[in-house]
Structures are given as structure tokens and as C-alpha cells.
Ligand binder design. Structure first.
Ligand code: DC
Length: 223
């Protein structure tokens, strides 16, 4: 079974997807983490230099970028690995966040990651979150959810998350980053964020995390 969860940045997709995976015993794939890992690779290897992305260099490197996920039983959380190195903290910072949307606009990056995402589904039941899962990666997914929430509420949630991790952040910067990402993600020519016509829409603006998960599980169990 494939469950696709798409939606805007920081609207609770990954919390919902992780909860479903735990509840139903599915594999969870955070595709945003994959785009973030490619972005970190770019920052670490001078692919992003002088405030621009060297697409020629990235194309040369793209097949040497390996991304995997390992479930850490101690912290009960999934960790992202880039070429064998755990990069969970690095990919969640504001520097990666400010470059990830331009990197994810690049066609050959998307092709590479979509291929990897389809391979993950060969290993069992899967819940995957992202921007194009129900529209491009798995147009025949068994369930498709499209999650929304106001930009203000999303920024507040993200700001609190970053603060809790000890990051020095300014709320206005977080809000600006979210608005910028919304704009790039929805207007890019390659697989823009859009709602699949057969997706179930869920606005989480005024819904707690626990209620969000329960709402989705009810939808899955009802049908
Ligand atoms: O879900 P997230 O905020 O971690 O995603 C980071 C960025 O990656 C997001 O701004 C757009 C991009 N992305 C994408 O283009 N396609 C996906 N399937 C997942 C994420």
C-alpha cells in the first residue's frame, strides 16, 4: 500500500506521516530530507558558490550522491544519511532551508530523487511525504492527502521547533523563508506543488498534532 502526503512547508506532513508509519508499521520516507541532503552536498562541495548553483558541477556529481535513512531505536526517530554520514541536524538548519527550493527546481535532481523514491516502495508498504508524491511519484497511490495551514501558523510551528533544537532564529526570517519556499515550490516548471485531483484536503491551521494523526487514520480506516 502507498500513502502519499503532500503539502506546503511546515504544515505537519512529516509528523502525520511518521505517526501513520508507526501506527500501521509502514516504511516512512521523508522526501524533503532527500532534497535537503542534496542541498547540503551542494553547500559542502562548492556547488553552491558566489550565491549561485553550479548546475554543470552538480550534474557531474549527481550519481555520487547517496541518501539513506536509518531508524534510531534509542531516539525513536529516523535519521538521514548523506554518503554514509548522519546529517539530520545539518539538513534542518536555515542555510539548507534557504537553498533547498532552488535546488529542487532542477530537473535532473528531481529525476534522480524520484527514481530513488520509487525504489523505496519496492520494499513494502510505504508512507511518503513531499510535494509531488500524489501527482508525480505515485499517481496511483492508494491514499493521497494534501495538507495545508496558514503561513503564519506554519512559521510559528517551525520557529518553535528550531528554538527547541537550540538554533538562534528570528521569527520574521522563518516566515519569510516559508513564504519564499511556497512561492518557488508552487510556481516552478518541474513538478510544482499542486493538489492531486483525487487528494483529500486537510487544513491543519486549528488542529492539534494528535487530532491531525487521528483524523488521517480515521480516513484510512473508514475506507
Ligand atoms: O518538506 P521539507 O520542507 O523538508 O522540503 C524541503 C524542500 O524540498 C521544499 O521547500 C521543496 C522541496 N521538496 C520538493 O521539491 N519535492 C518533494 N517531494 C519534497 C520536498
Amino acid at each position: 500500500m502507498i500513502i502519499a502526503i503532500d503539502g506546503y512547508s511546515s504544515c505537519g506532513k512529516s509528523t502525520i506521516a511518521k505517526g501513520i508509519a508507526k501506527e500501521l508499521g509502514f516504511i516512512y520516507v521523508d522526501t524533503g530530507a532527500m532534497y535537503r541532503a542534496v542541498t547540503l552536498f551542494c553547500l559542502q562541495n562548492n556547488v553552491i558558490d558566489n550565491n549561485e548553483i553550479n548546475e554543470f558541477l552538480l550534474k557531474k556529481y549527481i550519481d555520487s550522491i547517496h541518501i539513506s535513512f536509518v531508524f534510531d531505536a534509542e531516539t525513536q526517530s529516523q535519521q538521514t544519511y548523506l554518503n554514509g554520514v548522519q546529517v539530520e541536524k545539518e539538513i534542518r538548519g536555515l542555510e539548507v532551508a534557504s537553498w533547498v527550493s532552488p535546488v529542487s527546481k532542477i530537473g535532473f535532481v528531481r529525476q534522480k530523487l524520484v527514481g530513488m523514491q520509487r525504489e523505496f516502495a519496492e520494499h513494502g508498504n510505504i508512507v511518503m511525504d513531499g510535494r509531488d508524491i500524489g501527482t508525480v511519484v505515485f499517481p496511483n497511490a492508494d491514499y493521497k492527502f494534501f495538507i495545508t495551514a496558514s503561513a503564519q501558523v506554519r512559521a510559528q510551528r517551525r520557529y518553535e521547533e528550531l528554538k527547541a533544537k537550540g538554533e538562534q532564529v528570528d521569527f520574521e526570517d522563518v516566515l519569510h523563508n516559508i513564504e519564499q519556499r511556497d512561492l518557488i515550490d508552487t510556481t516552478r516548471s518541474e513538478s510544482p506543488l499542486s493538489q492531486a485531483s483525487d487528494a483529500i484536503v486537510f487544513d491543519t491551521t486549528n488542529v492539534t498534532r494528535e487530532e491531525q494523526l487521528q483524523w488521517i487514520l480515521n480516513k484510512i480506516q473508514q475506507s
